[in-house]
Design a protein around this ligand. Structure first.
Ligand SMILES: Nc1nc2c(ncn2[C@@H]2O[C@H](COP(=O)(O)OP(=O)(O)OP(=O)(O)O)[C@@H](O)[C@H]2O)c(=O)[nH]1
Length: 433
């Protein structure tokens, strides 16, 4: 697994990982939400300032321009329904507007030259406008008409106010566009921040979930393999988390189960008295060796063995002496046979030996050696039996367990018959007999 992020994560427990993942997700999301709120709030305030600035800057100039134009139209008669504007108030608003724009100019959002030009236009126009407003006011009170000079002055003042208003509108538009561009950058920045945070969160969640799912999948798969009967199934133990502990337990449990199963399987095919294979074990080995024989086309021999006068031993020396005799015979035969030969107790005082890759002649020799060893034992010890052996070989006697055992049994009982009739036959009779 190496030192992948998943492997590093698995050094922490699942509980620690969950806490870390929640902290890692919640912290940036909380910070990002707070920053987003601040940015949006700031943008709203900037927008409100921009509107107020437009109202306070442009409205007085527009009012003045409108008033002077009205005065021109009325030929300075000042109609009774048209009131004189509060010049001082309007002037103050325009001045405030310029000073706030200049403050903003420090932030370099509008070229300074543009603001200076607009302010110059306003400063130039202000005295004459003031004077005109006062004149109009005076005439309004007295009802006098305007002189030609006043008209010219009035037209010039209108021009000055109009140019000041246009300049101011340009400044405000430039400021608005600058602020709008900034807002758009901020929104982009916020959008990317959210996207990156969510992408990182998604990657973290995927790594976290994989660090949980992978070991669970490995455990599930291992359990399935065991269910299907596979042996030696183990899961990799990575990290130090709860799932690693579970994997370790699983492996220990599987190993112990396999050991128990091995013991049970061995016990199931073992003869508890003699330690050689029991009937089931020897027949199953015979089947397995016959499969190999068919595959490799090598001869396979079977010895069917029956102890002689065993009933007599039991009856005269007791059952436990009979047991000892059985064990001695089994141990003697096992010591004589090759390691890959199989020996089993077929039942009572009957034994079967399965000799892979053994010709009939070789099997007869082995049978003769067994017979001789057992006879020697019986000669030494009165409570030991003798033995009769029938030999059969595949493929000459067939290549099925039943046919081989039948042939070996038939030869065994032929010899037994001869023995009981008092003319012992050779244990090494050829299978053709
Ligand atoms: N001690 C002991 N005796 C057993 C065991 N299993 C079977 N027997 C006895 O083995 C004897 C087998 O009978 P037989 O095959 O007729 O005995 P035998 O005297 O060898 O007869 P032949 O084979 O004709 O020579 C019986 O007396 C069974 O009770 C065992 O596990 N222990």
């Amino acid at each position: 697994m190496g030192r992948s992020p998943e492997a590093l994560l698995r050094r922490l427990s699942v509980r620690q990982r969950m806490t870390a993942i929640i902290a890692l997700l919640l912290l940036p999301l909380a910070v990002l939400s707070a920053v987003s709120m601040m940015v949006l709030n700031e943008q709203e305030m900037a927008f409100r300032d921009s509107v107020e600035e437009s109202v306070h800057g442009l409205l007085p100039l527009t009012t003045l321009e409108h008033y002077l134009q009205q005065a021109l139209v009325d030929e300075l008669l000042a109609e009774s329904h048209d009131s004189v504007p509060d010049f001082a108030g309007l002037t103050q608003n325009v001045d405030n507007s310029f000073s706030s724009i200049q403050l903003g100019a420090n932030a370099k959002d509008v070229p300074k030259q543009v603001i200076d030009d607009a302010q110059k236009a306003w400063v130039q126009a202000r005295p004459s406008i003031r004077r005109l407003v006062e004149q109009v006011h005076a005439r309004h009170v007295s009802g006098a008409t305007a002189s030609a000079n006043t008209r010219i002055e009035l037209e010039r003042a209108i021009q000055d106010v109009s140019s000041a208003r246009a300049s101011l509108a340009g400044v405000l538009r430039a400021r608005y566009e600058h602020a709008a561009a900034q807002r758009s950058r901020q929104l982009h920045w916020l959008m990317w921040s959210w996207l990156i945070t969510l992408a990182v969160a998604a990657v973290l969640i995927v790594i976290f979930l994989r660090s949980l799912l992978r070991p669970l999948q490995a455990l599930t798969q291992a359990a399935r393999h065991i269910e299907e009967g596979q042996a030696g199934v183990r899961v990799d133990v990575d990290g130090r988390d709860e799932l690693a502990v579970l994997a370790e337990c699983f492996n220990r449990m599987t190993a112990s189960w396999e050991t128990t199963q091995g013991h049970l399987q061995t016990e199931a095919i073992k003869d508890p008295l003699t330690g050689v294979l029991n009937r089931r074990g020897i027949l199953s080995q015979l089947d397995a060796e016959l499969d190999l024989h068919r595959l490799r086309q090598q001869p396979l021999s079977v010895l069917a063995m029956d102890l002689d006068r065993f009933k007599f031993i039991n009856d005269h020396y007791g059952h436990s002496t009979g047991d000892r005799a059985l064990t001695w015979v089994a141990t003697t035969m096992r010591g004589l046979l090759r390691e890959h030969d199989h020996l089993g107790r077929h039942g009572g005082d009957e034994f079967i030996a399965v000799l892979p890759n053994t010709s009939h002649a070789a099997a007869l020799e082995i049978a003769a050696r067994i017979g001789q060893l057992v006879r020697e034992g019986a000669a030494r010890e009165a409570a030991y039996p003798e033995i009769t052996i029938g030999v059969a070989t595949a493929p000459d006697d067939g290549d099925l367990a039943a046919s081989l055992l039948e042939a070996a049994d038939a030869r065994l009982y032929t010899q037994k018959k001869h023995r009981h009739a008092g003319s012992p036959a050779s244990a090494t009779s050829p299978p053709t007999q």
